[in-house]
Write a protein that binds this ligand. Sequence first.
Ligand SMILES: Cc1ncc(COP(=O)(O)O)c(C=O)c1O
Length: 388
Amino acid sequence: MNELQNELDELDRQGLRRFWRCVEAVDGGRILIDGQWRVHMASNNYLGLAAHPRVVAAAREALEQYGAGAGSARLIGGTFPPHEQLEEELARFKQAEAAIVFPTGYMANLGIITTLTGPEDLLIGDRLNHASLIDACRLSRASFRVYPHLDAEKLNDLLKQRRAKYRRVLIIAEGLFSMDGDCSPLKEISELARQYDAWLMIDDAHGTGVLGKTGRGSLEAAGVSPDGILQMGTLSKAIGSVGGYLAGPKAAVELIKNKARSFIFTTALPPACAAAAHEALRVIQQEPAIREQLWNNVRHWTQGLKKMELPLVSDNSPIVPVQVGDNRLTMEIAQSLFEQGVYAPGIRPPTVPEGQARIRTSVTALHTPDDLDNALKVFEKTIGVIHR
Ligand SMILES: Cc1ncc(COP(=O)(O)O)c(C=O)c1O
């Protein structure tokens, strides 16, 4: 086991050793850690629906009715009414023919990509795609190419050079990028997919509930019809529960039900989590004021950071990363913020590329103006270090 300790020591030397902080409670935009309340700038629960009374009530009711766990895989006695209701609602919400739910978003990406593509196919993805997409591409045994972040022109070049050599080509991009807070140029990308007879898969883990006039996500925000597009997402961010899904053409959903190993060979999502996600989707559609509040808070936060001339990676979504670069310095800044009452995590490689470590801040609808102003004051005090 000495060699394992050496590996850990090496992570320490590179400033890459990871740890967690145990969360004692979350209340609105604040988080209790080590007995102290701090401003919570690390949540993906963008709309605060994880604790919304309607969502909690739906989960509690399903918990009492169906118990804590599903007890079986989906195809072997693990499908309960909340799973079917959720899938129907997801298909409606995402304006797709059908939808299918996995226990996590990570498993959804593995299942979708490995079922729909194989060794005769080509996958083309944005260079900053999430680790679960990259792992799925590797597992699929298809050829795999990346284009520079958000670069539709380079994607066009790749398609032009390579389309004819493969049976299927699947273009894969995040709608709203989890660590960068910027958006794929979906109009251009969807047009390229059409032009080159390629399929398009959007991972809208962070866009769903947040982007678009009615919160349907990145495609709605970009004005792109979801017709024929494979829309993947998670139930764990703005939807406030846990789970992942594909919404898309019926044949794709049906094939995944029959062949996706990460769907078939695993216990179903607990029914209470499905019921919570179902209710959250209804809240998203019935209470647009929550999303408006989120965007007011995004403006409040980004304007404050911009006044300090901090090097923001982007400033047009609830994900607002502050670029630092060095791994150790990033963690020192995160620690300093933490000690002053703000929880905003340092993000290091391989989550982001080498040399691009950053403080990832995220805004939710639950932050009060006081929360944000308090956090801004702390950033202002720490600013010298970030500019160093
Ligand atoms: C872009 C993206 N895709 C997929 C996932 C995986 O989702 P889940 O946390 O539900 O496994 C995440 C987050 O974890 C993500 O940020």
